[in-house]
Design a protein around this ligand. Structure first.
Ligand code: CA
Length: 168
C-alpha cells in the first residue's frame, strides 16, 4: 500500500516537473525573442539590450577643455545588441557657435542636421570621425542611430554626445 502511494506521489512530482518545464520553456522562448543573454567570462549572465551609441572626445566621455592649438580626436562606437542588422539612419552631428554640421557619406562635413548614411546596425568601436584643430568655442558632438530609415531624425532614436570646450 505504501509502495503504491509512493509511486503515485513520484508520478505527480514528475508531472509537476514536466509541466513546469513546458511552462518555463514557453516563457524562455518568449523572453529570448526580446532579450538575448550571454554567459560572460565571469560566469554571470549579461543582458544584451538595444543599440547603444558611444562618442568620445580624446578618448573621454566627459566634457573636455583644450586649447585651440591642441588637436581634438572624436571617436565613435556602437553596441548594436539585439538590433544588430536592423536598418537605420545614422547621425553624426556637431553643434557649433555657427550652427549644426553633419558628417554625410560620402561628402563629409555638411551644414545642418543631415543623415550620415543608412546602413544596418553592427558593433564597432574606436572609429575616428574627426581629428584636427577647432576654433575657440563650445562644441557638442553627437552620434545617434534611429531605426526608422527615412532620412528624418525620428524615433526610436538612440544617441550619445560629448562636449568639447576650446579656449585660447
Ligand atoms: Ca529616421
Amino acid at each position: 500500500m505504501n509502495i503504491r502511494k509512493e509511486i503515485k506521489h513520484g508520478w505527480m512530482i514528475l508531472l509537476i516537473i514536466v509541466m513546469t518545464f513546458v511552462g518555463t520553456s514557453g516563457s524562455v522562448v518568449a523572453a529570448v525573442s526580446n532579450i538575448e543573454t550571454v554567459d560572460d567570462s565571469t560566469g554571470s549572465i549579461a543582458i544584451i539590450g538595444t543599440a547603444s551609441p558611444d562618442v568620445k572626445a580624446n578618448g573621454q566621455d566627459s566634457p573636455i577643455t583644450v586649447s585651440s592649438n591642441s588637436p581634438v580626436s572624436i571617436t565613435i562606437g556602437l553596441t548594436s545588441g539585439i538590433q544588430t542588422g536592423a536598418n537605420a539612419d545614422w547621425w553624426f552631428v556637431v553643434s557649433t557657435s555657427a550652427g549644426f554640421y553633419s558628417w554625410v557619406y560620402p561628402t563629409g562635413w555638411t551644414p545642418g542636421v543631415v543623415t550620415g548614411l543608412q546602413f544596418p546596425l553592427f558593433p564597432f568601436s574606436g572609429l575616428e570621425m574627426f581629428n584636427g584643430l577647432l576654433p575657440v568655442g563650445d562644441y557638442a558632438f553627437y552620434f545617434g542611430v534611429d531605426t526608422t530609415p527615412d532620412n528624418v531624425l525620428n524615433s526610436p532614436l538612440l544617441y550619445d554626445w560629448v562636449e568639447v570646450h576650446v579656449i585660447n
